[in-house]
Write a protein that binds this ligand. Structure first.
Ligand code: ATP
Ligand code: MG
Length: 555
């Protein structure tokens, strides 16, 4: 039993009960992805839930590829899934399995069912099977082939296996109850003929098990105790139990369902993400606007933030959407104390300090993170010409604007007070240059307190700053407008990506490597893009804004 005494979710309570009653003497969970796409934040929830339970109860955790459907699967996805699961912190060590390795056992289970008289070969077509199945209000009716002898069934199933039938010509069905109120129990198909090459077993098989038959067998073979899945399988649970029982697994697994994770303003289903990738709407499965694990990682999310998010969301029994802002909250909280706060100017305008001596340069000591005393100061070059944010200057400011305007004095962060004396504009009236004077007495850290200023703005030295590309992201879809249109297409946000080509960042970012992240003061958290950054072209992804976010003026 777990030692934690905090409030327990319903899955933990079920497990506690099983252990107390001696149904199981240990806990063994698994994460069973189908390798038909990249993992997303919803999968992260399932991974961390299953892995977390195995840790909590000092049990085991398997990663199992549910690769029983050769039509949709691809080995490319296997590698991405393995690395994503590891990156999230769910260590599976050698407990890595492929359901296709169990095809022989599954086949033996099918033979067992036939021999017990609870499975039969059916000649009805898929359409006829559907028709015979009935509806929620109308019971189904028995297939005319339902009462074939065991011998005949064995022979026909053997022929299915040996390739004597074309796809769809015959199926193997469980013989349960065509009048069951649960449609899943109306003699479900458990094997189909499918002449397709499988990435693992090649052309060894031309019959493949159906999910509802294969899954409980996979769990049972691996000794899984608690097979945790999402709510849509609740109605399949009686079938899951039927398979475990009729295949005579001793101390077999049990299924427990929880609600899927949904996020507001986010495209989450694998199918939909795949479509965005295939249509070229996004730059691959790891486009930072997606919520695949690969995308979140590229964007600058950390495993800790995702772990914390999953914890905050909790485990529920009914479906609901979680506010995307909660995920953002988690990454902000994670980065807040860990990351240095650097200066970057995204929409630069030049500021010239007229009374700063020509040719002079200083290296200022600027704290990396005032909230974290363990982080030391860094040296930041300062000079006569700087860049500041365009929005930190106004010719005619509204009330309560405390930043730079003609005649006003502000603090340059970590440096000096400057007073705006003049500015220049182009023909269209756009400000091109700001002129200031500085007061050498006011240097940060000098203890100067003869007068105060209300605004502090950030800057970078024009002579030293590095040019960088910065990518700002917004939600890919807008729920208020409806994510999906009537024709099934998606309502995409045209502003989901803004590319700034000419941002300036302080030169301390020169050595930044892929996945490194920083706070850009007053701007947000940013991460070095792992795909497009090169030795002489830095690309930053905005992970998340600060609470009060800076908005780039619309061009
Ligand atoms: P999708 O709905 O995105 O197509 P899937 O369920 O088809 O995903 P699988 O590879 O079959 O993807 O899922 C592996 C595991 O992840 C399953 O146990 C599934 O229940 C779980 N899972 C999938 N989506 C979510 C989600 N949104 N929240 C929680 N768990 C999920
Ligand atoms: Mg699936």
């Amino acid at each position: 039993m777990s030692e934690e005494n905090v409030s327990r979710n319903f899955i933990e309570m079920e497990i506690d009960k099983d252990l107390e009653e001696g149904v199981y003497d240990h806990v063994h969970t698994r994460f069973p992805p189908e390798p038909n796409g990249y993992l997303h934040i919803g999968h992260a929830k399932s991974i961390l839930l299953n892995y977390g339970l195995s840790r909590e109860y000092r049990g085991k955790f398997n990663l199992r590829f549910d690769d029983t459907n050769p039509l949709k699967e691809d080995v490319e996805y296997v590698e991405s899934i393995k690395s994503d699961v590891r990156w999230l912190g769910a260590e599976f060590n050698d407990n890595l399995f492929f359901a296709s390795d169990y095809f022989e056992e599954m086949y033996q289970c099918a033979l067992k069912l036939i021999n017990k008289g609870v499975a039969y070969v059916d000649d009805l077509s898929a359409d006829e099977i559907r028709e015979y199945r009935g509806t929620l209000t109308k019971p189904g009716k028995n297939s005319p082939y339902r009462d074939r002898s065991i011998e005949e069934n064995l022979e026909l199933f053997d022929d299915m296996k040996n390739g004597k039938f074309a796809d769809g010509e015959k199926v193997l069905r469980a013989k349960i109850d065509m009048a069951s109120p649960n449609m899943n129990m109306r003699d479900p198909v458990i094997y189909r003929v499918s002449h397709v090459h499988h990435h693992n077993t090649g052309d060894m098989w031309c019959i493949y098990p159906m999910y509802d038959f294969a899954h409980p067998i996979e769990d049972a073979i691996e000794g899984i105790t608690h097979s945790i899945c999402t709510l849509e399988f609740e109605d399949h649970r009686p079938l899951y139990e039927w398979v475990v029982r009729e295949c005579e697994f001793v101390n077999g697994p049990r299924q427990i369902e929880f609600a899927k994770l949904y996020l507001t303003n986010v495209v989450i289903g694998k199918r939909y993400i795949k479509k965005l990738v295939e249509d070229g709407v996004v730059d691959g499965w790891d486009d930072p606007r997606l919520v695949t694990i690969a995308a979140l990682r590229r964007r600058g999310y950390t495993p800790e933030a995702i772990q914390n998010f999953v914890k905050l969301v909790g485990v529920a029994k009914s479906n609901s959407s979680v506010d995307y802002a909660m995920l953002e909250y988690c990454i902000r909280e994670d980065l807040k104390l860990k990351k240095p706060r650097m200066m970057a100017v995204l929409d630069p305008i030049k500021l010239i300090i007229d009374n700063y001596p020509e040719g002079q340069e200083e290296l200022l000591d600027i704290p990396n993170n005032l909230e974290n005393a363990d982080m030391e100061d860094r040296k930041v070059p300062f000079g006569k010409e700087l860049y500041i944010e365009r929005e930190d200057f106004m010719i005619e400011p509204p009330k309560k604007y405390f930043r730079l305007f003609p005649g006003n004095e502000v603090r340059l962060m970590g440096a000096y007070f400057v007073t705006c004396t003049d500015y220049k504009t182009d023909e269209e009236g756009k400000v091109t240059e700001i002129h200031c004077t500085y007061d050498p007495e006011t240097k940060s850290g000098s203890g100067f307190n003869a007068r105060k200023v209300k605004g502090t703005i950030h800057w970078v030295s024009a002579a030293h700053a590095l040019k960088a590309e910065v990518r700002l992201y917004e939600n890919l879809v807008d729920e208020e407008k409806g994510v999906y249109n009537e024709d099934g297409s998606m309502n995409l946000n045209p502003n989901s990506l803004t590319i700034i080509k000419d941002a300036y960042v302080e030169n301390n970012l020169a050595g930044a490597k892929a996945h490194d992240s920083f706070q850009f003061v007053r701007n947000g958290y940013y991460c070095v893009d792992s795909k497009d950054t090169t030795k002489d072209h830095l690309v930053f992804n905005r992970i998340v804004t600060l609470k009060s976010s800076f908005k780039l003026p619309k061009a």
